[in-house]
Write a protein that binds this ligand. Structure first.
Ligand code: GLA
Length: 734
């Protein structure tokens, strides 16, 4: 080719490349990024999600091979596959075609927000696909804003928050399943052909069964501390659906959004429907690496008071159930104060007027003190707590009522029920869900907290429970042609009440409980400080549940309590040391009648609380490294937390069952600084003799390459021996 011509074609090629590059948008955190292709007038395409690219890789990425999928695929035109959005337009047309109109990138103090406005090619129907990329945590949130500027309403029959293609290979998905008293169980499976649907339709709570979070291990069987992982958490308190579709293409297709089942949404002209956020992360440090990203993002940007250390508490439930009275509460407060705790929470059973709450079949909604049980009211309890040097907290279940209650007698129209049918009831044979879509109900639910706090501003903590699902489809507030909005409006009403509470009571600690772990999700946590992992407090089963839950949620949010034996759910008897060592891996508390404990047991708890105070910053703000999974059949489990500066670490080791002639693996630690030396100290020691390495130092390198031998049993006096064995080691850099 002639030299001049060659030059011209080079220039042409260069300007073509830069044209292409300018349509390529980078959505980046400091470590990860998503690349989109947003050519005006064309579909928005997704090209890449992973570690940050070099500038050269960014320019050449499309030549390397990219998914080049529609970043938010709508239904109805060239649509043999799954869609993220399905719309019936005002004239009945069920097809939607969205092309790029504009791209807008703005800076927030800690994040960059990218908004890509799409328009239907023939209708004034718009979708803005939004991304928030944090600067200091590796998390990208995505959501959409669906706007109808047609003259009449349109109907949304699917409205996902986000879509992500994942390259086919040996991809495994890790996700959580369960039920009441067995929440957060880990399931890991290879992605095969077909559709994998993870969903919830409870209506009120959404994490007893499947969880709204997943991790994809891209390099074969999931590993905790190696391999590439994509993590996704759908941040919503209501019904959801995550779909992974694997068909005849090179990509698994992952969709996440509000569950559209029985929830068709009529979008009025000029109305905007904002979908909840889907949080996406990527790590090349295995599943634990992705967990660390979720935990850091959660503590910094999502969880209420994610930067404040949590108090050690005693909750009255498993200690006294409904048998609440003044001397009993005072005694429990004195006991937890003696053991070094900082907060007492009075659970269910304190309220009711005409129908005193003696058991679970009445009085929800009648939030006034039962004067027979507590003649001097809440203020007396608050004063007593103060004189014991601790804070006071209280249980409520604000979204619910019972057919046997003054509230229901006054407002039968406030409950969720199908028109013309008697309502099916829940707990106690009488429980009903209030219709949070109704603004009067919202005001009332707000007033429950507001009245308590106005009368007793010293209340430090609220346990907010929710013990029933929506099992009657019907809002008595919404008109008959908007009944399909019931689930969505319930959660909008709930969100609006939570916003009002947080605006007026920003410092209050609030626990999300829902028959145990029914509300462990990132949709709730911006208003809540923590959640109750499960009504099952059996230490052995908790190891499994807490392991799974830790995939997506940090220890600071995971309420983990020492309870009595035989356990009230599974009737297993574990040693107190074992129960303590499990509870100390989360936000430590107690759920027991201290009066029934021996002096030795109280002493062990007192020591454990004092030692927990030493490690609390590492547990609650440290980085998690899971080491040996209780699901892997090694008859043991082990994990650790390491402080951000790698100057301290806490190592946990739990044997799962005792078999004679058992040979457990020696656990290699992780996350330490290989160059530093760490002095070892065992916490909660019950053995007559210290471990051989007590007080000695080892390099991080040695501990990560070899670990330390852990004796299989405790060397205690013969009559004190049992079949439980666990260790907590506190490592401090010299
Ligand atoms: C639910 C909660 C428990 C306890 C009881 C009280 O089951 O999960 O922790 O508060 O309600 O009735």
């Amino acid at each position: 080719m002639h030299l001049a011509m060659k030059k011209v074609s080079m220039i042409l090629l260069m300007s073509l490349t830069s044209l292409l590059a300018t349509a390529q948008i980078r959505i980046s955190t400091s470590g990860i990024e998503m690349i989109l292709n947003a050519v005006p007038g064309e579909e928005l395409r997704i090209m890449y999600f992973g570690n940050r690219l070099s500038d050269t890789d960014f320019l050449n990425i499309s030549a390397a091979g990219v998914p080049d999928h529609n970043a938010y695929p709508p239904y109805g035109f060239n649509c043999p596959s799954e869609a993220a959005l399905a719309v019936t337009h005002s004239d009945g047309n069920m097809s939607t075609v969205l092309t790029v109109m504009s791209v807008d990138q703005t800076e927030e103090s800690n994040a960059q927000v990218t908004r890509i406005r799409l328009k239907d090619t023939i209708y004034p129907f718009y979708v803005t696909v939004c991304y928030r990329a944090y600067k200091d945590v590796d998390m990208i949130e995505t959501w959409t804003e669906i706007e109808n500027l047609e003259k009449k309403h349109v109907t949304l029959t699917r409205f996902d928050s986000g879509y992500l293609p994942v390259r086919v290979g040996n991809v495994w998905v890790s996700h959580l399943y369960g039920t009441w008293a067995n929440e957060g169980r880990l399931l890991q499976e290879p992605l095969e052909r077909g559709m994998n649907v993870i969903k919830n339709k409870d209506g009120v709570r959404n994490s007893h069964t499947d969880h709204a979070e997943v991790m994809f291990s891209l390099d074969g069987k999931p590993q905790e501390n190696a391999g590439r992982v994509i993590g996704a958490a759908f941040c919503y308190s209501g019904n959801y659906e995550l779909r992974i579709d694997t068909r005849d293409t090179d990509y698994h297709q992952f969709f996440a959004g509000i569950n559209p089942d029985n929830s068709a949404y009529i979008l009025e002209s000029k109305e905007v429907f904002k979908t909840p956020e889907l949080a996406l992360t990527y790590s090349d440090e295995g599943l634990s690496g992705a967990s660390r990203n979720f935990h850091r993002w959660g503590r910094k940007y999502k969880l209420a008071h994610g930067d404040k250390m949590r108090k050690i508490l005693l909750n009255s439930w498993e200690g006294v159930y409904f048998n609440i009275n003044e001397p009993g509460m005072d005694q429990m407060m004195a006991d937890i104060s003696y053991m070094g705790g900082e907060l007492f929470v009075m659970d269910d059973g304190w309220f009711g007027g005409k129908y005193p709450r003696l058991t679970d079949n009445c009085a929800l909604g009648d939030w006034k003190v039962d004067k027979n049980k507590l003649p001097d009211g809440i203020s007396w309890l608050v004063d007593r707590a103060d004189s014991h040097g601790i804070s006071f907290g209280i249980w409520i279940e604000p979204e619910m009522t019972n057919t046997v209650s003054e509230l229901y007698e006054k407002h039968p129209d406030w409950v969720i029920k199908a028109p013309g049918r008697d309502a099916l009831t829940g707990r106690g044979g009488t429980q009903l869900v209030l219709d949070m879509a109704n603004p009067e109900v919202q005001d009332y639910v707000f007033s429950i907290v507001d009245d308590l706090m106005t009368e007793n501003p010293e209340i430090d903590y609220i346990k907010w429970d929710a013990n029933m699902s929506i099992i009657n489809h019907g809002s008595q507030y919404l008109p008959s042609d908007r009944q399909s909005h019931m689930y969505i409006e319930y959660h909008r009403g709930f969100a609006s009440v939570c916003d009002r509470i947080r605006e007026k009571y920003p410092d209050l600690t609030i626990q999300a409980c829902a028959s145990g772990g029914g509300r462990a999700n990132w949709g709730i946590l911006p208003w809540f400080d923590e959640f109750w992992i499960s009504d099952n407090t059996d230490a052995l089963q908790r190891i499994h549940m807490q392991w799974g839950t830790s995939y997506f949620f940090p220890a600071i949010a995971m309420a983990s309590h020492i309870s009595a034996v035989p356990n009230h759910t599974v009737f297993r008897t574990t040693s107190l040391k074992y129960r303590i060592d499990v509870a100390m891996s989360g936000r430590l508390g107690m759920e027991i009648q201290p009066r029934n404990m021996t002096e030795d047991e109280r002493e062990l708890c007192r020591r454990a609380i004092s030692e927990y105070k030493e490690i609390r910053p590492v547990v609650q703000f440290g980085d998690i490294y899971r080491l040996v999974s209780p699901y892997d059949g090694h008859n043991m489990a082990s994990m650790m937390y390491v402080s951000e500066e790698k100057s301290e670490a806490v190592f946990y080791w739990w044997k799962l069952e005792t078999f004679y002639d058992d040979h457990l693996p020696r656990v290699k630690m992780a996350g330490l600084d290989p160059e530093r030396h760490y002095r070892i100290r065992e916490l909660n020691r019950i053995d007559n003799k210290p471990l051989p390495y007590e007080g000695l130092s080892f390099s991080g390198r040695f501990l990560m390459e070899n670990g330390l031998e852990i004796p299989l049993k405790h060397m205690v006096d013969y009559h004190k021996q049992d079949d439980w064995s666990s260790r907590i080691l506190y490592l401090v850099a010299d």
